[in-house]
Write a protein that binds this ligand. Structure first.
Ligand SMILES: *[C@@H]1O[C@H](CO)[C@@H](O)[C@H](O)[C@H]1NC(C)=O
Ligand SMILES: *[C@@H]1O[C@H](CO)[C@@H](O)[C@H](O)[C@H]1NC(C)=O
Ligand SMILES: *[C@@H]1O[C@H](CO)[C@@H](O)[C@H](O)[C@H]1NC(C)=O
Length: 217
């Protein structure tokens, strides 16, 4: 009796373990920190459509319930963005700059919602002012061959070290896998975890769901 229960338990474990181990990832291995926000979701689309959507900052407001706008220019742009609710990179003369795609080493101003806006969103969806946050980040990786992009906070890394990775992989069958992960460490990480950890996790999940809605529409 005990033996047969044990055998069933072992059989069950054998079923479960491979599915966990087989969760292959296109994200780089990074050291653990104080806490992590992450998500992964399968999307019926092709890799180039998913990758282009991820890099197309001006179109973020059309689908993204977490990152509502991305500016790559100056603090002036940042507020112009917020006013226009579009992720448009403006020059002081109000001309849209041609290059609105991520380039390594360039800074980003993000306007985000933590926790996220309810889905679906589009460019006319208003922010929840109570959940609006701003971040100043640096684009650290744009890996077109690996379909991976990353940016990190421009703050003293001893205070807060957090690099957000996002990756696309073709998993066949007309589907791609979208993954994102940010490991937070540094002196401020525990405070951020206590105040924002849960909301950040929801925002990561919601961005994956928003991307799926948009690409499968
Ligand atoms: C990928 O999907 C997009 C959008 O559905 C489509 O326009 C494009 O032709 C597809 N590309 C390939 C290589 O299949
Ligand atoms: C700048 O662009 C915004 C949005 O397109 C427009 O509403 C505004 O009138 C423009 N300002 C100037 C000075 O051209
Ligand atoms: C942004 O990152 C690049 C390297 O990826 C570095 O050279 C540059 O100093 C960084 N800029 C800021 C403001 O952190």
């Amino acid at each position: 009796m005990v033996f047969s229960v044990l055998r069933q338990a072992a059989a069950l474990l054998l079923l479960i373990i491979p599915s966990v181990l087989c969760q292959s990832s296109n994200l780089p291995a990074v050291p653990p920190g104080v806490f992590t926000a992450s998500t992964r979701i399968e999307i019926k689309t092709n890799a180039s459509a998913a990758w282009n959507t991820l890099l197309n900052f001006p179109a973020y407001p059309d689908w993204n319930p977490f990152v509502r706008s991305v500016g790559t220019k100056s603090i002036y742009t940042y507020f112009a963005d917020a006013r226009n609710r579009r992720a448009i990179v403006l020059s002081p003369l109000n001309l849209t700059l041609p290059d609105q795609y991520p380039v390594e080493g360039r800074n980003l101003y993000l306007r985000t919602q933590t926790p996220p806006l309810p889905l679906p969103v589009d460019s006319s969806t208003a922010d929840n002012p109570l959940n609006t946050q701003f971040a100043y980040e640096n684009i650290t990786h744009v890996q077109h061959d690996l379909l991976r992009v990353a940016w990190k906070y421009v703050i003293d890394p001893k205070l807060l070290n957090a690099e957000r990775w996002q990756a696309i992989s073709d998993i066949g069958d007309g589907k791609v896998l979208y993954e994102s992960r940010e490991v937070f460490s540094g002196v401020l990480a525990a405070v951020l975890r206590d105040f924002e950890g849960e909301g950040l996790q929801k925002s990561f999940d919601a961005q994956g769901q928003g991307l799926k809605l948009f690409l499968e529409r």
